[in-house]
Design a protein around this ligand. Sequence first.
Ligand code: ADP
Ligand code: ZN
Ligand code: ZN
Length: 753
Amino acid sequence: MQKSKGEENMAEYANIIVDISHEKLDKTFQYRIPERLKPVLEVGMLVLIPFGKRNMQGYVIELTDRPEYEVDKIKEITGIAEKGVAIESQMIALAAWMRKNYGGTMNHALKTVLPVREKKKKLEQKTVRLALHPVEAKNQLAEYERKHSVARARLLEALLAEGELDQNVITQKLNVTSAVIRAMEEAGVVKIIREQKYRNPVEHLDQRGYDKILNDEQRQVVSEIIGDYDGGIRTTYLLKGVTGSGKTEVYMELISHVLGQGRQAIVLIPEIALTYQTVMRFYNRFGDRVSIMNSRLSPGERYDQCLRAKNGEIDIMIGPRSALFTPFPDLGLIIIDEEHETSYKSETVPKYHARETAIRRAEMAGASVVLGSATPSVDSYYKAQKGEYRLLELKHRVQEKPLPACEVIDLREELRQGNRSILSECLTEQMEDRLRRRQQTILFINRRGLAGFVSCRACGHVIKCPHCDVSLSQHDNGKMICHYCGYEEPSPKACPVCGSKYISGFKAGTQKIEQVVKQRFPQARVLRMDMDTTRSKEGHEQILSAFANQEADILIGTQMIVKGHDFPNVTLVGVLAADMSLHVSDFHGPERTFQLLTQAAGRAGRGELPGSVVIQTYTPEHYSILAAKQQDYEKFYEQEIEYRKMLHYPPVSNLLLILCASKEEQCAFDAAALLAAQIEGNEKCEREKILPIGPADAAIAKISDVYKKVLYVKAENYQILVDIKDGLEDFMRDDRRFSNVTVQFDFNPADGF
Ligand code: ADP
Ligand code: ZN
Ligand code: ZN
């Protein structure tokens, strides 16, 4: 994906920044590259430059042939600095690679990669202390519990045990917001003590020590990777291990080895799975050499964490996507857990994928990468099959707990039997049974699609685009539209296959399900978890811990509930409409469905009691549903990869999405059409028979009055897509026809764009 050295180095000019602090990143200065430096100069190098009357140092962030000032006013670089700060150089080079491979400006890329320095704000340490006598505090606790003030009760309970706690520990670990803490201060329950200090978010935890001995399977995996590592081999591993097979223990063993050699490690975990339990496991083993990064840290706190990493005060950083850019001076290992998660793809420019970027960073640092998942992404498994990654497997659950029994219910048959409810007979019976036995049930609706697909409730037929094989989306104007190519047709009055009139846009929300469940089981205690009930920061953890404490019998939710938590008393998982994620207007439908169903099934029977799973669907014969029922990844993969091959979808081919956004619909469309014409007229594209697809409306065609049009290009060779992007960027530069339009590139987009 990268240009070879020689090619890049013959540029005339270098763009340079003199200070890597956030405010000044925009300020680049251009210098001429003297002949003698042309063959050696690279992006990221620290160079000497004349600056006004002084001599200064600056980092090269771009090499270019395009002068930005009058040519004879551009000064020359004096030389390369003796010793550049290696890690900064590496991060700038990584930013350049990201810009190249994912589009956007160098400034976007630098802002993603380099930590934000805040100018004045000093770090303030806030300690929260109990202000009441313990007896009074216990009365207060009872009062909170009576009022169901769950967050307050949780904090008070923790303070009763600890006396005082760092405010950050409270907000991050206990998930109690600072607003709640302030309210409790005003009520005289707690006192906040403010000091200025520089701190670690995981201090104040109790380290319990480490006591596990790896089993044979785990040891086998660890010794393969360590064998390579000590033999000087650095590569990418795909660790495919069923849920509960002990992947996290494997990660920790590997980290321990790397740390033993004086190097550092980064662990990426999707934010939704970054729970207190996960952090504690690392903390128990590695103590305060561990730090975490998450979206709740302020930019200043993030900067602080980066400084500590750079200064060697910590060795392990755990966090979501952005933790990948922790400036460890001698990075030895990058772990990406749940590597199939779509949150590893950035939604903002540059739209990088953390997996590919991690592999690039590891190459630069001489580190290895371990990707872990129970349901690897089709992309990664394909690469493992081709030998690009090394496949390692954990096939057994640690405690040999059986996987739950799984039943698939045909909703078409239910309709034929006269049951028009969202709950099948079978599921209803099992729910009754669990209520009687005081065991818990999770009802899961995998809501992933943006607009409703159109399906027949009598025969399960789904209306698809004749050109792209993705579901058409229903629009209010009585039409159905393809979000890839723009094809449209009127919504049908009857099913084209069976003639039934039960054909319509598929809609079922969590709220509706809650109503139905409450009606059917008036005695049950029901919790609902979705975007509405988790809007507040603590909502998510609050609902999960209430359910874990068995304060409810039934939890209804979206994909949010399938991660991160263990509920030992859950013995039934019902998937209400597996089709929801199958027929999204995106080719990832079957993959997401298989992953979600497998992960949802993994929620049942994690405790002593065996579990069962009921999957309700209109398309029980679909391979992703059959494979999920059997928990058979290979079977799913074989069919899926055939489908991708047939339609030239990634990972077999590559896909570039070009998004044109404007307040004027016509401008957005014209821009997309201009770019399409540009691609059509490109000689290389013509030779390779590469054609643009579209323009079409984006899946959400208009967001807050901004219209979005999309254009696709498919090519087997990624580099061709990068060249197309470069060509279009050149074409658009200083062209007034694009002045009202924002154009973004997205390589191999994740779903839901
Ligand atoms: P995964 O990440 O594959 O889902 P975990 O690493 O979370 O699996 O392990 C599942 C459970 O088994 C955890 O509670 C973990 O502590 C436990 N476990 C894992 N490996 C061992 C081991 N070798 N000995 C004892 N318990 C283990
Ligand atoms: Zn189409
Ligand atoms: Zn039909």
